[in-house]
Design a protein around this ligand. Structure first.
Ligand code: XUL
Ligand code: CO
Length: 438
């Protein structure tokens, strides 16, 4: 069969000095960093919806990129052409995983039975095309936000009939995730939130979402899904207020409803910044709760207030993300590029440049994060900073072996505490720059 990306070769590692635009400067898949191959630290994945679907359409204009791949859009022939393009693309950039929503794979029919038949066909075709390769699913999900039936939410809908359709889609998406060898299953609460409390019972809606997730766990485990369920927090867009605002909110929800053993977080960089946090903050909050599961690797534009889903470029961000991931001992999932080309970057070559940028940015981040950890100055400083809790009354506080009365008596004796010491932020930042750029 003829190539779709005919003028693009396999992208190879050529090292930092290379001027070849179709090469990696930092991503060397089989190179070992801190005891593990780069490919296994990073587990890069392609988001089916952006790379094979997004054509640059926005609120003000039509698409600029041709993603027909030689077939008529909206047909099963096109759905299969996307598989051909996706598999060729993944082989050429050297990534082993993809992520999908049900309706990214096939055009949705008006009857769900017909949609499911199309999904069966398409997943058969996808398995056939990836046979003999390492390419498989990282995670699957159901799109429960695009179809008008979900206008009032999916798990959070006011309509029991619509809730049935949400359940049916989750069931089918779980079947497909298992069929395609997926390591995870994602719930991104696209329309799970509200516009106004004048028509909304928040507690009722959250209980129903939890119930849908419980049924998903029960069903998933019953069909042999041993992977991790993920919640992908996002504070807003499309809803004014979304229930999975950020990692802390989503973790509290999971614990409240007894879902915390089966679920972890899928942290998206652009969602973190929409919530007024840094990417690193969201990763840290997830990791310290034992719930860092997977990552949607992208970046927002700090001058814009919406989800721009850009390819990662900022090495400080990727370094601190990889620092958190290394410290957490890795991910159950991987780094899914939930990222899309800018509208004017509309050629096939641009799709490759985008992945080269994203993969190299995270590969460089991994190298520099390992260097920061191996350098040790930052970690030692943090350890030292809390040293007053290593012995004496500090130790008793940590062990829960004291009381307000004992501590107050000590404060009386002291009169005033010694200075807690400088935070040394500027000194620490200069160490970071030294490790990053020397
Ligand atoms: C939307 C978003 C989704 C999820 C999967 O902002 O990030 O594409 O990643 O539903
Ligand atoms: Co995402």
């Amino acid at each position: 069969m003829s190539e779709i990306f005919a003028n693009i070769p396999e992208i190879k590692y050529e090292g930092p000095g290379s001027k070849n635009p179709l090469s990696f400067r930092y991503y060397n898949a089989d190179e070992v960093i801190m005891g593990k191959k780069m490919r296994d630290h990073l587990n890069f994945a392609m988001a089916w919806w952006h790379n094979l679907g997004a054509n640059g359409v926005d609120m003000f204009g039509r698409g600029t990129a041709d993603k027909s791949f030689g077939a008529e859009e909206g047909t099963m022939a096109h759905a299969k052409a996307k598989v051909d393009a996706g598999v060729e693309f993944m082989k050429k950039v050297g990534i082993d995983y993809y992520c999908f929503h049900d309706v990214d794979l096939v055009p949705e029919a008006s009857d769900i039975k017909e949609t499911n038949k199309r999904l069966d066909d398409l997943t058969d075709y996808l398995l056939e095309k990836t046979k003999g390769t390492n390419i498989k699913c990282l995670w699957g999900t159901a799109n429960m936000f695009g179809n008008p039936r979900f206008m009032n939410g999916a798990g959070s809908t006011n309509s029991a009939d619509v809730y049935c359709f949400a359940a049916a889609q989750v069931k089918k998406a779980l079947d497909m995730t298992v069929k395609l060898g997926g390591r995870g299953y994602v719930f991104w609460g696209g329309r799970e939130g509200y516009e106004t409390l004048l028509n909304t019972d928040v507690k009722f809606e959250q209980e129903n979402i939890a119930q849908l997730m419980k049924m998903a766990v029960e069903y998933g485990r019953s069909i042999g899904f041993n992977g991790t369920f993920f919640i992908e927090p996002k504070p807003k867009e499309p809803m004014k207020h979304q229930y999975d605002f950020d990692a802390a909110t989503a973790i509290g929800f999971l614990r409240q409803y007894g879902l915390d053993k089966d679920f972890k977080m899928n942290i998206e960089a652009n969602h973190a910044t929409l919530a007024g946090h840094s990417f690193q903050h969201e990763l840290r909050i997830s990791a310290m709760n034992g719930m860092l599961g997977s990552v949607d690797a992208n970046t927002g534009d700090m001058l814009l207030g919406w989800d721009t889903d850009e390819f990662p470029y900022n090495i400080y961000d990727t370094t601190w993300a990889m620092y958190e991931i290394l410290k957490a001992g890795g991910l159950d999932g991987g780094l899914n590029f939930d990222s899309k080309n800018r509208r004017p970057s509309n050629t096939y070559e641009d799709m490759f440049y985008a992945f080269i940028l994203g993969m190299d940015s995270f590969a460089l981040g991994l190298r520099r994060a390992a260097a920061i950890i191996e350098d040790g100055r930052i970690d030692n400083f943090i350890k030292e900073r809390y040293a007053s809790f290593n012995e004496g009354i500090g130790k008793k506080i940590r062990e829960g072996n004291t009381s307000l009365a004992e501590l107050a008596a000590l404060a009386d004796q002291m009169g005033a505490p010694a200075s807690p010491g400088s935070g040394r932020q500027e000194y620490l930042q200069s160490i970071v720059n030294d490790v990053l750029f020397h």
